[in-house]
Design a protein around this ligand. Structure first.
Ligand code: PM9
Length: 469
């Protein structure tokens, strides 16, 4: 008799669980032929950002602004109060942020980098250091444009794709202390702490670490600002991996974590389950005043900051949906599902699984391609060519050049990110993606690298073009 196939839950020795939603509306997607994909990739200069989405089958470029909104959020869009000043949706959003994150003053922005701009311009003095848990492309650029000097103070394990450390997003206080000892506490603008560190593989920060950072910061009179973009996912990992939190709701863990900081900036396009929007929120009234003064220059009035009233309403509703335990378990559970499939096939991936994506280790895929020939860029292109799955380079192209020497920066991690949009794809899509990755891995030794033929000045990964070597 045929052996029965086991469900995912049975394989893991537990009862299965499913997404806490059902599908009401669908968006057709198109499969393409290999010939079509070869043409599209050449035209896009081997950069997945330059592919038209109509040529993409399963889009794992990013989880940013790509979520499916709920029927409640769409209904909320109809309640948009598009008054220029004092929209009711702003007050709804403000009270939601106070309730969920605990921050007192809210300044909305059009998206995350608008918030980074305001925070960097008001909180960094020229020449000050900004210690952070690994760089993020737009965050670091805004910190540098404001005259700051970014210093990576994440723990060493974060740079090792094979380390199983459960909280690879943690900051190393000894590295911060070195800056304080050498230059004084005044030389530090603030500690820039990101939840589930994007470039490290979506790896979380522990509650223990943020508590210790708070203690250290208080001792030296230093501020802590969070990049709260994926902080709900971070809170979920604390529940799953840190002692003492197993029985606490994610909402409670999130608020406790945010409570150790002085404020945060946010790309609402991720955790908040919306397609656009962001914010900065702080507890200090003077800092809020500075932010409000600047938001009107770059974003819009302080009660909309570049968002329509309807967008603020959808965001306020999305925030409440994002902190439901069964939602966040299914969200991270889908990432875990894809990660386990690939891990079972011994495909080189960043360990352990992170919150928003599975990261392929391109150096291990292509040991014969030097970093100068862009292994991760090559791998993202190969994946698309194989199956129409779109992923994103997170390696030497994303790291950019050293502003002093003009040379490429060579990050230890040379990764391709398979980023999972929230509430969009099913387990069957994940199976298709896993099989595509396996196929590309099996063909790895036949692949050659790329050369860069066009390079923009800022955030080059978005628009750079390449040719095959
Ligand atoms: N993250 C992502 O795909 C979208 C653009 S960069 C490729 O991961 C963090 C941790 C982010 C982030 C964007 C931003 C900027 C700030 N912090 O894209 O401007 O992951 O809303 O946010 C992207 P916005």
């Amino acid at each position: 008799m045929k052996e029965r196939i086991k469900t995912m839950g049975q394989q893991a020795g537990r009862r299965s669980w499913a997404e806490p939603w059902k599908i009401k509306m669908v968006e057709p997607i198109r499969m393409t032929s290999k010939e079509e994909r070869i043409k599209a990739m050449e035209k896009a200069g081997y950069n997945t950002f330059l592919l038209p989405s109509a040529d993409v089958y399963i889009d794992l470029l990013t989880d940013s602004g790509t979520s499916a909104m709920s029927d409640r959020q769409w209904a909320g869009m109809m309640l948009g109060d598009e008054a220029y000043a004092g929209s009711v949706n702003f007050y709804h959003l403000e009270s939601t942020i106070r309730d969920v994150y605990g921050f007192q003053h809210l300044i909305p922005t059009h998206q995350g980098r608008g918030a980074e701009h305001l925070m960097s311009q008001t909180q960094i003095k020229k020449g000050q250091y900004v210690p952070g848990n690994m760089y993020f492309t737009t965050t670091k650029l805004h910190q540098e444009l404001a005259g700051g000097i970014f210093v990576d103070v994440i723990i060493d394990e974060a740079h090792d794709p094979n380390s199983e450390h459960p909280f690879k997003g943690n900051m190393d206080i000894a590295k911060i202390d070195k800056i304080v000892k050498e230059h004084g506490a005044d030389s530090i603008a603030y500690l820039s702490v990101a939840g589930t560190v994007n470039m490290a593989g979506g790896q979380p920060v522990s509650m223990q670490n943020i508590k210790e950072l708070r203690e250290y910061a208080d001792k030296h009179g230093i501020l802590i600002y969070l990049d709260a973009t994926r902080l709900v996912e971070n809170a979920y990992f604390i529940k799953e991996r840190e002692e003492g939190y197993k029985d606490k709701p994610v909402a409670e863990i999130l608020k406790e974590f945010a409570g150790y900081s002085d404020g945060a900036w946010m790309s609402g396009k991720k955790d908040h389950l919306v397609n656009i929007g962001g914010w900065v929120a702080v507890n200090d009234a003077d800092v809020a005043d500075k932010l409000r003064n600047l938001v009107v220059v770059y974003e819009g009035l302080h009660t909309y900051g570049g968002m329509a009233g309807r967008d603020m309403e959808a965001m306020a509703i999305g925030i409440k949906e994002s902190i439901q335990d069964d939602y966040i378990r299914a969200r991270v559970g889908q990432v875990q599902y894809l990660w386990e499939l690939l891990d079972n096939w011994n495909i080189p991936i960043v360990r352990p699984y992170g919150g928003h994506a599975v990261f392929l280790d391109a150096k291990a895929f292509y040991p014969h391609i030097p970093q100068d020939e862009f292994p991760a860029q090559t791998l993202a292109a190969e994946l698309y060519l194989d199956s129409g799955v779109r992923a994103m380079e997170r390696g030497v192209v994303s790291a950019g050049r050293d502003p002093k020497t003009g040379k490429h920066k060579y990050p230890k991690l040379e990764l391709v990110r398979l980023t999972i949009p929230r509430r969009v794809y099913t387990e069957a899509h994940m199976d298709v993606v896993a099989e595509a990755v396996k196929e590309v891995y099996e063909d790895a030794k036949n692949v050659k690298g790329l050369k860069m033929v066009y390079e923009p000045a800022y955030l080059r990964f978005f628009q750079a073009k390449f040719e095959r070597l």
